[in-house]
Ligand binder design. Structure first.
Ligand SMILES: [Zn+2]
Length: 232
């Protein structure tokens, strides 16, 4: 696909996680349960996506990035090609990657990683229980969703740094290729780019400090960082 990825009413192609707020009604007219999610996109099989299937081979780019992210985040996320999304993840840690996105960015591994790491960020976040969500009003639900997006963006920056990728292309992708949605759900693209940068720079700072602290004992990369990470 050439040019910008456009947003549309029917297809939210922004980086997103667990799906649109569910405001649908059941057949008997009752409100469906509130969720912080959206309806997952349509999965595609590898036989439906032509040459892009190579990305999902054992040694394909997507599979390698999947293994790295699972290892570094202690997850077992699976990945599937999908239609009508850039990327999202469902409640079972299945990450959907849009074929239009893959078609355009398959050669830019740093962008693939940034987008995938964003979804791993969602997969690692604490998800509220259904009964807890029912107790929230819509403002609170949107606030919750926005905070999840901030976390996922921050983690995407951190993962790029930890895995030794440059930041610039991914920032350009956020600023130039995503539709600019400053709404209840997302911060505007510039704010998102700054959140990603903050995560990246924070991790670079910790890596640098750790390298200074552990000059000769052989710790490398994220192992170094993890030793001094607040989360550990
Ligand atoms: Zn998201």
């Amino acid at each position: 696909m050439v040019g910008k990825i456009q947003n549309s009413a029917s297809t939210d192609v922004n980086l997103r996680h667990v799906p649109q707020v569910n405001v649908s009604r059941t057949d008997n007219g009752q409100s469906a349960p509130k969720t912080i999610g959206e309806t997952p996109p349509q999965k595609l099989s590898l036989s439906q996506i032509g040459q892009l299937a190579l990305l999902f081979d054992k040694n394909g780019k997507i599979s390698r990035l999947q293994r790295k992210l699972n290892k570094i985040k202690g997850k077992k996320c699976q990945v599937t090609p999908a239609k009508g999304t850039i990327a999202c993840v469902d409640g079972n840690d299945l990450v959907f990657l849009g074929v239009e996105f893959l078609e355009e960015f398959q050669d830019q591994e740093d962008i693939l990683l940034g987008v995938m790491a964003h979804e791993w960020g969602h997969a690692c976040a604490d998800r509220p229980q259904t009964e807890d969500i029912e107790g929230l009003n819509w403002d609170q639900i949107f606030e919750l969703r926005k905070s999840h997006e901030v976390l996922a963006d921050e983690i995407s920056g951190r993962m790029l740094a930890l895995l030794g990728y440059p930041l610039e292309n991914y920032l350009k992708f956020i600023r130039s290729f995503l539709s600019n949605t400053h709404n209840l759900k997302y911060h505007d693209n510039e704010t998102r780019a700054q959140i990603v940068s903050a995560g990246y720079n924070d991790e670079v700072r910790k890596l640098k400090l750790a390298t200074e602290l552990f000059k000769t004992d052989g710790y490398k990369g994220y192992h170094v960082s993890k030793l001094i990470d607040d989360d550990v």
